[in-house]
Design a protein around this ligand. Structure first.
Ligand code: 3PG
Length: 484
């Protein structure tokens, strides 16, 4: 290939190779590199005609690029990203751009962006969702970093992204680590939805004793409702898959210990730092941790005998309530995570447009669901809405299903089936809708044992009581005084 390439791709694993093929299919020549000769050979043998040129060195790759050069990294998050940047920076110059397309931690992206910026090289942190298939046929893309650098690669991203109603599922999100932050929260939502679906599976399997065929049919039917989305679609398909080794359903020979790469945990950690409640994601992360040591679970099961028993009531009611509970909990999960994005946007000065994020997530990504159409509409009507539960339509959707969510939590407890994400979602909804919470007692207790002060309902300022002698003191500016 004699013509210069539009973009470099470093990392030719499945994601990198599929993205390269997707880019090449759209008429942009790609220069590829991987440290692994086998991956280089695979990419060469599968190069989509003349449009992907694989180089044995980063120097070869950078020389093949049009100026300003754009190099997309699809390498594992963490030290490999720093290693590639270290080798790339001496080969690039002012105006060039490094794009990290992996699941990098957003604080790492800020540091890398500063380091690259000091050499005149722009740095884009770009979340890419859709898995291997999405990379090949159209992912959802969440770019952040310097706007000018984004403009250079915008035509490529818009061409390769998934499209919904002809709108590409990509859009500039904000400066610095905005793209990676949004991708992290996307994954937090993914953890919440995966856990909720897993709990519904548990209830259907152990509570109703549905067969794999019945499970497949149930999720396929649910996917025909207004709750439809990619995760329900693949869940239905999973129950029909047979294992090559045993001929049994594959799902039944998969070990029940969930692994993770950590993006859900980061989401929960950051939400804690920003004091935004994210109980469904927290519960999902903890549930993965709890699943991870089956040996311990088997031992505890010998000591504590749960109630586990079959549901004896109305099966149709069970199915309807469970679907409605899943619907309400899905909205509650988005409400929590959108509220996190709203706060993060202010604290980190990202300037996020939440409606734009909902738009980008409608296609290509793992969490795409019909519910995102309503969420997009909600932010269109009021871009500053503090919580999606305040939106008339979404609030009403949850309100209508609150009873079902409570019924599922009750039934799960009664059957001895753990449903932490359903319960967390229920408590989130009930907590958000509580005009009064028992936090006054916590304040009193804190003041009692630690003189931490409290505020009053009837007057401003912060107060301390000598609880044992019954003396009240008015204190201006105690440690917990909240600005009004
Ligand atoms: C990813 O981004 O790779 C996936 O969404 C899965 O993340 P996990 O391995 O932490 O579940």
């Amino acid at each position: 290939m004699n013509e210069k390439c539009s973009i470099g791709m470093v990392g030719l694993g499945v994601m990198g190779r599929n993205l390269a093929l997707n880019i090449a299919d759209h008429g942009f020549p790609v220069a590829g590199f991987d440290t692994d000769p086998l991956k280089r050979a695979e990419a060469t043998g599968n190069s989509g005609g003349e449009r992907i040129c694989v180089f044995p060195s980063l120097a070869g790759l950078t020389e093949a690029l049009t100026v300003p050069r754009s190099v997309l990294l699809m390498v594992p998050a963490g030290p490999p990203v720093d290693a590639v940047i270290g080798q790339l920076l001496p080969l690039l110059g002012p105006g060039d751009c490094i794009i990290d397309g992996g699941n990098s931690f957003y604080k790492d992206t800020d540091l890398r962006s500063q380091a690259a910026g000091a050499t005149g090289v722009a740095y884009l942190g770009v979340g890419i969702s859709g898995g291997e298939r999405g990379a090949r046929t159209g992912p959802s893309i969440m770019p952040g970093g310097p706007l000018q650098a984004y403009e250079t690669v915008r035509p490529i991203f818009e061409a390769i992204a998934a499209a919904v109603n002809r709108e590409p599922c990509v859009g500039y999100l904000g400066p610095g680590s905005a793209g990676h932050y949004v991708k992290m929260v996307h994954n937090g939502i993914e953890y919440g939805l995966l856990q909720l679906i897993a709990e519904s599976y548990d209830l259907l399997k152990r509570g109703l004793h549905l067969s794999d065929d019945e499970l497949a049919a149930t999720y396929a039917a649910w996917n025909e409702t207004e709750l439809s989305g990619y995760l329900l679609e693949i869940t239905a398909a999973i129950f029909t898959e047979r294992d090559d080794l045993t001929g049994e359903r594959l799902i039944d020979v998969i070990l029940d210990e969930a692994r993770q790469k950590g993006t859900g945990k980061w989401t929960s950690q950051d939400a804690m730092d920003l004091q935004v409640p994210l109980p469904t994601v927290d519960a999902a992360v903890a549930a993965r941790h709890l699943s991870m040591n089956k040996g311990d679970r088997l031992r505890v099961a010998q000591v504590i005998h749960g109630q586990e028993r079959r549901f004896a009531g109305d099966r149709d009611l069970f199915l309807v309530n469970l679907r409605n509970a899943l619907h309400a909990a899905t909205i509650a999960t988005f409400a929590q995570c959108m509220a996190l994005l709203r706060t993060a946007s202010k604290v980190y000065a990202y300037g996020l447009r939440l409606g734009e994020i909902a738009r980008i997530w409608r296609g290509g990504c793992i969490i795409r669901t019909q519910v995102l159409e309503q969420i997009r509409e909600a932010f269109k009507a009021d871009p500053d809405i503090p919580n999606l539960l305040l939106h008339e339509e979404l609030g009403a959707e949850v309100s209508r299903r609150r009873q079902a969510l409570g019924w599922v939590a009750d039934t799960a407890a009664d059957l001895g089936i753990p449903a932490p994400a359903f319960m967390a979602s229920l408590c989130y909804v009930d907590g958000c809708a509580s005009p009064w919470l028992p936090a006054n007692l916590i304040q009193a207790q804190r003041d009692y044992f630690g003189a931490h002060t409290y505020e009053r309902t009837d007057t401003r300022g912060s107060f301390h009581t000598e609880w044992e002698s019954g003396t009240n003191n008015h204190q201006e500016g105690g440690e917990n005084v909240r600005p009004r």
